[in-house]
Design a protein around this ligand. Structure first.
Ligand code: NAD
Ligand code: UFG
Length: 337
């Protein structure tokens, strides 16, 4: 049994599907602050199995410990948290509260229940402004906003915990830019309000919910002047979690591992690829750079290969086709569908 905080969310729901398909039982613990119960119904439609579910907040230590104990889980995958960079600048305390305090409560509950295997969702944001590309795990760590700070604090907390008790088994997965959706089109990313991230915005333009895309700057030092990122199919990312759990079965360690493809695509590359996948035109306007954005960011994914035997298999075309299938069959996401 695997206990999944934030399992109703974008990445968590895809991880649930891969775990169930691989024969694991899962218990989802989520407060639906950024997700919908419908996601759990869809997981059942895809897998034929209903995930166990507890509605709760990870900051509520007693509810969490009770749910963890009752689940009988041997490991935790921890997705729950807030993730919007801009919002974290406006509301830093909410981010420290949800992400840092929530994780602290989770680690206390795990200690209490004797569950010492954890896979944690970190982010390439912990590399700050890249000093060298591709990014390897030993690149210096820094943060340029409160969201990134919370990921750094949590990473440090996990390393300290492991040093104090080396019987823990901890995998810190640093995701690059997750995009796309399950090939069924039944689950996908369902941002509330205006999407901050590129692909959900592009998808909403393609489906007619928005008129045009703002391209945040075309004067970066990149081949076409627009920002370059390492986009990774969310199903590849989900499979990375399975591989991390497999490794932790026979390793007591605390390792940080990049999950990316190693390939950088520009905003213009992404627009063109999505136009092809959707057979729609994506109107765009070039606007000022978005504050805090960096020119390029992509992974060296070789450590994931040598430690987990994992590499991303799905192409840019798959990311866009699957993202489009989800968006076009659920134009308003999980609500009203
Ligand atoms: P998401 O918002 O779709 O999923 C997070 C889930 O956690 C949601 O279902 C939400 O309701 C739940 N949640 C939030 N706070 C909670 C709390 N206090 N108690 C219980 N449940 C709570 O986000 P996602 O894209 O699936 O991201 C999952 C994790 O991966 C996050 O930790 C995020 O920071 C990290 N990450 C995401 C990206 C990305 O671009 N999507 C990139 C790097 C890292
Ligand atoms: N972009 C646009 N227009 C938009 C949205 C984005 O031009 O409307 C551009 C950005 O300027 C950037 C690229 O598209 O060049 C990607 O932007 P995203 O917002 O999709 O992704 P980021 O790389 O900025 O950040 C994301 C997550 C962070 C995470 C980081 C690394 O939002 O939380 O990936 O994992 F830390």
């Amino acid at each position: 049994m695997i206990f999944i905080t934030g399992g109703a969310g974008y990445i968590g729901s895809h991880a649930c599907v891969e775990l169930i398909n691989a024969g694991h039982e899962v218990t989802v613990f989520d407060n639906f602050s950024n997700s919908q119960p419908e996601a759990l119904v869809r997981i059942e439609r895809i897998t034929g199995k209903k995930p166990n579910f507890v509605n709760g907040d990870i900051r509520d230590g007693s509810v969490l410990a009770e749910a963890l104990k009752n689940s009988g889980a041997s490991a935790v995958i921890h997705f729950a948290g807030l993730k919007a960079v801009g919002e974290s600048v406006e509301k830093p305390l909410s981010y420290y509260d949800n992400n840092v305090l929530g994780t602290l409560r989770l680690l206390e509950a795990m200690t209490k229940c004797g569950v010492k295997t954890l896979v944690f969702s970190s982010s390439a944001t912990v590399y700050g402004d890249p000093q060298a590309l591709p990014l390897t795990e030993d690149h210096q760590l820094s943060a340029t906003n409160p969201y990134g700070q919370t990921k750094l604090v949590i990473e440090n907390m996990l390393r300290d915990l492991y040093r104090s008790d080396p019987t823990w088994r901890i995998s810190i997965l640093r995701y690059f830019n997750p995009v796309g959706a399950h090939a069924s089109g039944l689950i996908g990313e369902d941002p509330q309000g205006t999407p901050n991230n590129l692909l959900p915005f592009v998808a909403q333009v393609a489906v007619g919910r928005r008129e045009f895309l703002n391209v945040w700057g075309n004067d970066y030092d990149t081949p076409d002047g627009t920002g370059v990122r390492d986009y990774i199919h969310v199903v590849d990312l989900a499979i990375g979690h399975l591989k991390a759990l497999e490794r932790l079965r026979d390793h007591q360690e605390c390792l940080a591992i990049n999950l990316g493809t190693g390939i950088g695509y520009s905003v213009i590359d992404m627009i063109k690829a999505f136009e092809k996948a959707s057979s729609k035109v994506i109107p765009f306007k070039v606007a000022e750079r978005r504050p805090g954005d960096i020119a390029s960011c992509y992974a060296d994914p070789s450590f994931a290969m040598s430690t987990l035997g994992w590499r991303a298999e799905r192409s840019l075309e798959d990311m866009c086709k699957d993202g489009w299938r989800w968006q076009s069959s659920n134009p308003t996401g999980y609500s009203h569908s």
